[in-house]
Design a protein around this ligand. Structure first.
Ligand SMILES: [Zn+2]
Length: 289
């Protein structure tokens, strides 16, 4: 995971004026060039960096720099919101962020919730694109299901997750599924994986028709006898995805209505891991109407 060194952002984290300047520079906030009432030029005064003032004294219209933005929905100063966002991206818990920033847990919780909403919206948007599909000719995708348990040996409340991951890139999809039936697993995989892919699974019977249904080359690894099949394929990619996701998603989040959101958030984090901070800033960008 890549985050810019905190010191690069430190002035934006400590000063409202610097935070506003930063957000305007990276275009998360829109730069207002003229007054919406009278068309005169506008400016921000150093003493009030969060307000655009109309330069026509008779008009004197003012508008906040946060108009229509993520920040307008929060009561915290924007520099604190940025600092909380940074700590959230780096994987800290709400309590730890609260302790490190001196912002109440309730307020940190609200910021984190809103950041997650922005991320999930972005993921859903990205999923609509053709490039979000996995695999293709000669591309190896490993698929499997795994139980996300609510505690050691607590299988009763566990949720079943189906996943598929491109061996080479690590790009993946993961969804809660109601059961292990072929009629559940196969259509889900077909919606994620391109035809002509090479799909590796274990010997589980629900995958028997996978090759024909997906128009894919199906490679089976029979785990009772082997870790690598005769042609050299393994399910290692999906095994390591499961351990990564289970490390990242705490047990308290493994409940219906939450787990899927966390899986999607982890997918966003993976897809943008080389530029996580910038990707988050893009999800917060105000688009002009
Ligand atoms: Zn004006």
């Amino acid at each position: 995971m890549f985050l810019p060194v905190e010191s690069v952002l430190s002035s934006a984290f400590t000063s409202v004026a610097d935070a506003v300047a930063y957000l305007l520079r990276i275009r998360v906030l829109l730069t207002v060039v003229s007054c919406s009432r009278c068309g005169s030029s506008v400016q921000r005064y150093p003493s009030r960096p969060t307000v655009w003032h109309c330069n026509d004294h008779d008009c004197a219209h003012q508008v906040t720099v946060f108009a229509g933005s993520f920040f307008s929905r929060l009561h915290l100063p924007c520099n604190k919101v940025l600092r909380i966002a940074y700590k959230f991206l780096s994987g800290r818990s709400i309590s730890l962020i609260s302790a490190e920033t001196g912002v109440s847990r309730v307020s940190v919780g609200k910021v984190v919730r809103m950041l997650r909403e922005a991320i999930i919206t972005e993921v859903l948007y990205e999923d609509l694109r053709e490039e979000s599909l996995l695999g293709g000719a000669e591309i190896v995708v490993a698929a499997d299901e795994s139980l996300f348990e609510r505690g050691e040996g607590n299988e009763e409340d566990a949720l079943l997750v189906l996943g598929a991951v491109e061996e080479e890139s690590g790009r993946f999809r993961a969804s809660i599924v109601p059961n292990h039936l072929a009629s559940t697993l196969i259509p889900q995989l077909r919606s994620w994986i391109r035809r002509n892919s090479i799909v590796v699974t274990d010997q589980y019977s629900s995958y028997r028709s996978l090759g024909a249904s997906l128009g894919a080359v199906h490679q089976v690894v029979t785990h009772r006898y082997e870790w690598v099949n005769e042609e050299g394929f393994t399910t290692n990619a999906i095994e390591s995805l499961w351990s990564r996701l289970k490390r990242a998603i705490p047990i308290r989040d493994r409940i219906p209505g939450v787990l899927q959101l966390r899986l999607d958030e982890q997918r966003w984090r993976w897809n943008h891991r080389t530029e996580l901070w910038n990707a988050l800033m893009r999800t917060l960008t105000v688009h002009p109407h």
